[in-house]
Write a protein that binds this ligand. Structure first.
Ligand SMILES: Nc1ncnc2c1ncn2[C@@H]1O[C@H](COP(=O)(O)OP(=O)(O)OP(=O)(O)O)[C@@H](O)[C@H]1O
Length: 364
């Protein structure tokens, strides 16, 4: 009950913590769940020493909440096992001291979505299912938009599998200047990715709050400059990153990518429902791997079916933005860091059509 939750927060804000402040305004409470007779939450400390120092605050919270009438009170105090990975970014040359940037800190309290100065629109590219080509679409759409004269940025928020650096052929590390991260540029696109801050293959082991902190830094600490549109490559599914993005930034809307297969469409529906719940408009659907034209005989086959995404869009009253064929050149280009949209041919034209559609509809 909302009233119970407010009472719990009020009680917790009366409990002082070492170093000043209280449990609530020091942003230590996570996963608060309140029902009629039960309350549970996590106190997340920045390090194990602080976690130990917070034990008396935990005890006090438990007895105060029991005194409020809660039958069951479950509190867990945790701290990250290791230090957050620090940024290995350098200004390029060997021997240059690394800049004082650290990604993966806890999120700083923010009253609501915060605009990025100079950035006109933020468009999230999402999918319900992994591997449907969301990152490939983001890269190529960005390149096609840049070729059409738009000022485009790509924020690679696919935190568990950042692939924008590889697909845009970028290996240089971002620089820092006055505590700001200077993004990199390729094919006319301004880009920033966690993948540029980590060694290749290094798994990101951050948990929810640190992920949110990293995303917040990528939105607000990167010097994005003047952009008509910032495309955000989301991780697949419906999780913390999607939620944080819509809470921390004024997202113009989301484009959902799916293959025509039923299983992908089921997951795409989940993604659409999630954006509805987050009150982020779904700007439209894109069908990827739509058709396959045999390079030898020219026969067109529909390996994953065809038209399913357009039908889904029609049944939901959402715009169908267009389709991209299944073509070996897309993968080869992505793997070699030379996006297919930067060249010529039918696939590059498919991305150019999508870009024109977004521009005409005022989304980019
Ligand atoms: N239209 C296409 N034709 C051929 N191959 C494609 C096409 N679109 C994507 N691919 C290939 O499919 C694979 C998955 O694509 P991609 O990484 O973009 O998917 P994703 O949805 O972003 O996946 P993830 O779940 O990792 O975020 C890649 O190897 C990519 O090159």
């Amino acid at each position: 009950m909302a009233g119970n939750r407010d009472r719990v927060l009020q009680e917790l804000s009366g409990i002082a913590v070492p170093g000043g402040g209280n449990l609530v305004d020091s942003d230590l409470i996570r996963a608060l769940n309140v029902s009629d007779d039960e309350v549970s939450f996590v106190i997340e400390a920045a390090d194990p020493m602080l976690a130990r120092a917070l034990q008396s605050a935990e005890k006090e919270a438990e007895s105060r909440l029991r005194a409020l009438g809660f039958q069951r009170v479950r509190i867990v105090t945790t701290a990250p096992a290791g230090r957050a990975p620090s940024v290995a970014a350098s200004s390029g040359g060997a021997g240059t001291p690394p800049p004082s940037l650290k990604l993966g800190r806890h999120p700083t309290p923010q009253a609501g979505p915060q605009a990025i100065p100079g950035v006109q629109r933020i468009v999230a590219i999402g999918s319900g299912k992994g591997g449907v080509g969301k990152s490939t679409l983001t890269t190529n759409l960005a390149v096609a938009l840049a070729r059409a004269g738009r000022r485009v940025g790509v924020l690679d928020a696919d935190i568990y599998g950042p692939s924008q650096p590889r697909m845009l052929g970028v290996t240089e590390r971002p620089r820092s200047e006055n505590d700001r991260i200077i993004p990199v540029h390729a094919y006319g696109v301004t880009m920033m990715s966690l993948g540029l801050m980590m060694k290749e293959g290094e798994a990101v082991v951050w948990r929810g709050p640190m992920l949110m902190g990293a995303l917040q830094q990528m939105l607000n600490q990167v010097a994005w400059g003047e952009l008509d549109v910032l495309l955000v490559d989301l991780p697949p599914g419906t999780g913390d990153v999607q939620l944080s993005l819509c809470q921390k930034a004024p997202v113009t809307g989301a484009v959902i990518v799916s293959t025509p297969q039923d299983v992908a469409l089921i997951d795409a529906r989940r993604a659409i429902d999630m954006f509805d719940k987050l009150r982020t408009p779904v700007l439209g659907l894109v069908e990827n791997m739509s058709s396959y034209v045999c390079p030898n005989c020219g026969h067109e086959a529909h390996l994953f079916g065809h038209g399913g995404v357009a039908a889904e869009a029609a049944s939901r009253g959402l715009p169908f933005l267009g389709e991209v064929p299944l073509d070996l050149s897309v993968r080869l280009a992505g793997d070699s860091g030379r996006p297919v949209a930067a060249g010529e041919g039918p696939v590059a034209e498919a991305y150019a059509r999508l870009a024109r559609r977004l521009i005409e509809d005022g989304m980019a």
